[in-house]
Design a protein around this ligand. Structure first.
Ligand code: BDR
Ligand code: CA
Length: 323
């Protein structure tokens, strides 16, 4: 069910996320992909409040040279109070290495307005890479159902087919806005879902971080610094390497050959006392006609790390002053 890209195709892309260390590294990979033409960046609340994730987005785009309008989304999920992921990402939402001051302002449009404008104006269907809660993307689909046919696919980091990370049942991005995810999974557009099954195999070990740092340019130094910070709480939890969740939502599109997955019928539990935000997957393929989500489940970790290193190297001598 993955939307097939051709080798030399230009692919219009919207990046939607709550940066966030792993969101930031996902954006490093997206900007480095020669086929991707990043047309807009939209921001969600999650890893931190919307003011902080929006500031982080502007600083990351300045660092990487992403020249696209950036718009902030809602302050909170569609129906629920916001849950913050700051335990992994720090007070700023992107603690660790110094970053450039933002070179651009936020768009006057809301995230949904900017997404809609970008999709309407695009000459072909747009790919959305959504690495936070699905608040913006579901709001877009609710407000503009007529644009569905101009969405090639939405690649999401979210869920865990058999487990959670924020509680025993639920993964953070789905837990933050479960209604949004459930709506989106049933909106009739192709969904590529990278859950914990794959992301907890996309581990970055301390020696991998040193390997990335050894590239020696500014982007590699900052990526290594982000990985150092992102590893701290994971190591406290007993992980030997940090799971690089959000980069899977990019690389499973650009390098599907290093991933494995399957199509399933997927639903989100929105009501449960213990399982709210859990995803429910029909592994038995009982209703093939209802299979709505391509679930990515495994990755070749050494190749995954090599692609991150290569992406860092592709920024060459680009250097932006930091503050
Ligand atoms: C997800 O939660 C966030 O903290 C990360 O950025 C990632 O998108 C992992 O559960
Ligand atoms: Ca994220």
């Amino acid at each position: 069910m993955l939307y097939p890209y051709k080798d030399n195709e230009t692919i219009p892309v919207i990046l939607d996320g709550d940066p966030g260390h792993d969101d930031a590294i996902a954006w490093v990979l997206a900007k480095a992909e020669p086929r991707f033409d990043i047309r807009a960046v939209t921001v969600t609340a999650g890893n931190q409040t919307i003011d902080k994730t929006s500031l982080n987005a502007r600083r990351i785009c300045t660092l990487l040279g992403i020249d696209a309008p950036i718009a902030a989304g809602r302050e909170r999920p569609i129906l629920r109070d916001l849950v913050l992921g700051s335990v992994f990402h720090g007070v700023s939402g992107l603690d660790g290495p110094k970053l450039p001051a933002p070179a651009m302002e936020l768009s006057e449009l809301s995230a949904v307005e900017l997404m809609a404008k970008t999709i309407k104006e695009a000459e072909k269907p747009v790919t959305i890479i959504a690495t936070g809660a699905q608040t913006n993307t579901a709001s877009l689909l609710l407000a503009h159902p007529e644009l569905k046919e101009k969405i090639a696919q939405i690649s999401i980091m979210g869920g865990g087919l058999r487990t959670g990370n924020w509680n025993p049942a639920a993964e953070f991005n789905i837990l933050v806005d479960p209604e949004a995810a459930q709506y989106e999974f049933h909106a009739g557009i192709p969904v590529n879902l990278c859950g914990l099954d794959v992301t907890e195999r996309a581990l970055i070990y301390p020696e991998n971080i040193e390997d990335i740092r050894s590239v020696g340019n500014q982007v590699s130094q900052i990526v290594a610094g982000w990985l150092d910070f992102f590893s701290i709480h994971h190591h406290e939890l007993g992980y030997k390497g940090a799971p690089l969740h959000d980069p899977c939502a990019v690389l499973s599109l650009t390098h599907p050959e290093i991933f494995q997955g399957d199509d399933f019928e997927v639903n989100v539990e929105t009501q449960g006392e213990y399982c709210r935000g859990a995803i429910v997957v029909d592994f038995m393929h009982r209703n093939p006609e209802k299979e709505n989500v391509h679930c990515v489940m495994d990755v070749d970790q050494p190749k995954f790390v090599a692609l991150i290193k290569e992406a860092c190297r592709s920024y060459g001598d680009r250097e932006v002053p930091v503050v």
